[in-house]
Design a protein around this ligand. Structure first.
Ligand SMILES: Nc1ncnc2c1ncn2[C@@H]1O[C@H](COP(=O)(O)OP(=O)(O)OP(=O)(O)O)[C@@H](O)[C@H]1O
Ligand SMILES: [Mg+2]
Length: 394
């Protein structure tokens, strides 16, 4: 059918035509943010899930909704190679300026800017990647010691007070949180903890891969009491059907039930794959309805495209030893797998494979859902590995 009308949106952070199955989470986040704004207690949220389940899209949606209710968002995406202060400083500056846009800056608001000036000055020296100018004099002893724990706490407290004075809240929206270095994460948690104790309206809504639960726990043992970790998983059957059929219906196109069943079977309800299959099924079908025959052809095209892009870019970042490790995991099935079983598959000792496993976790390719267990962070990666490489020789 007409590619111009194709409603599906496979891509990183691409807003889906129908954000299916996430209403209760969106509501949970809205309730938390509104409670924080009114000085009540609410845990910070960190949404965890595998690649392509829709974390970024959800974070953006919660952010947008929050802004519409007058809450100020500070949006960050942690890349693998920048410090948290380097990311935070310019975003915080923009947020503080916005707070003061409507009315003249008060003493509290000016103090928040001075805290930021102190923070930027101290962190420039420490990290070097803090690139923002603040045309306000810092205040001696306020967020300027060079110790991230204390300085970040000073900054969040001062910013929280400024938000409180304006009867609003500041929410840090941090995507790819697992890439924040553990010592910086620890400082962030300390700062949020202090702000929560003081009932200041500043909070975090984060998103990341499942290993973030372990990382926050290692960074601060009390992290589990400070955060909720809602799991973002594949869509259930009804939501997955809706994600496919609602956008089509708007264009007067329908799916045969057997076509939907086949897409659900292939994609297992993973949002990114639903978009990919929807797009290809639409392209293959000459007219409505989309049938199972169209879907079978779409499956071949979708897999070819995933193999050339979504899976491929991840594969290309791997060392030969890492590839072999993942291929052994794939040989054992979808997972999770015991480290001992993977080692046995490779005819190696568990300890000898430790560094490879750690490197794969750091690259965000695998995670440990339970002690001694290993699973892929990328859905359907096991099948891709089987298509790419012959089975390991023992
Ligand atoms: N609830 C949903 N219903 C339908 N499609 C969705 C839903 N959530 C996300 N998608 C689609 O899934 C794809 C991936 O979304 P997104 O980039 O937010 O995933 P992610 O979890 O952030 O992935 P990554 O870990 O790679 O960053 C996008 O194409 C998006 O349109
Ligand atoms: Mg994302």
């Amino acid at each position: 059918m007409d590619p111009r009308q194709n409603p599906y949106a496979p891509g990183a952070g691409a807003p889906p035509p129908e954000l299916a199955g996430r209403d209760s989470l969106i509501e949970q986040a809205a309730v938390s943010l509104d409670r924080i704004r009114s000085g009540r207690h609410a845990k910070s949220l960190i949404m965890i899930g595998l690649r392509g389940v829709g974390k970024t899209v959800l974070l953006n949606r919660i952010h947008l909704d929050a802004e519409a209710r007058g809450i100020h968002g500070i949006r960050l995406e942690a890349p693998e190679d920048r410090s948290l202060p380097g990311l935070l400083a310019p975003a915080m500056r923009a947020a503080l300026l916005k707070l003061n846009r409507a009315k003249a800056a008060t003493a509290v608001a000016k103090r928040a800017m001075r805290a930021l000036a102190g923070f930027v000055g101290a962190m420039k020296v420490k990290y070097g990647d803090v690139e923002v100018g603040i045309d306000v004099e810092p205040e001696e002893g306020l967020a300027d010691t060079g110790d991230l724990d204390g300085d970040l706490t000073d900054l969040l407290l001062a910013a929280g007070e400024a938000a409180g004075e304006r009867s609003t809240a500041l929410a840090l929206f941090v995507d790819e949180l697992q890439y924040v270095a553990e010592d910086e994460l620890a400082s962030l948690i300390t700062a949020l903890h202090r702000s929560a104790q003081k009932q200041l309206p500043i909070t975090l809504i984060g998103a990341g891969l499942p290993q973030i639960v372990g990382q926050t726990g290692r960074a601060k043992s009390y992290a589990e009491r400070l955060f909720d970790f809602p799991e973002i998983g594949p869509l259930d059957e009804n939501a997955a059907r809706l994600a496919l059929s609602a956008p089509a219906a708007k264009e007067n196109v329908s799916f045969r039930n057997t076509a939907l069943v086949e897409i659900l079977r292939q994609t297992r309800g993973y949002p990114y794959f639903l978009q990919e299959w929807g797009k290809h099924a639409w392209a293959v079908a000459p007219r409505s309805p989309i049938t199972v025959k169209h879907v079978r052809e779409a499956t071949m095209q979708a897999l070819a495209e995933l193999d050339a892009s979504f899976f491929r870019v991840r594969f290309d970042r791997l060392t030969p030893a890492e590839k072999v490790y993942l291929r052994a995991m794939a040989a054992l099935g979808t997972g999770p797998h015991r480290s001992g079983d993977i080692a046995e598959e490779l005819g190696r000792k568990v300890n000898a494979l430790g560094p490879t496993r750690s490197a794969l976790i750091a690259k965000g390719m695998i995670y440990s859902p339970g002690h001694g267990d290993t699973a892929f962070t990328v859905p359907l990666f096991d099948q891709f590995m089987k298509r790419m490489m012959p089975p390991p020789r023992k």
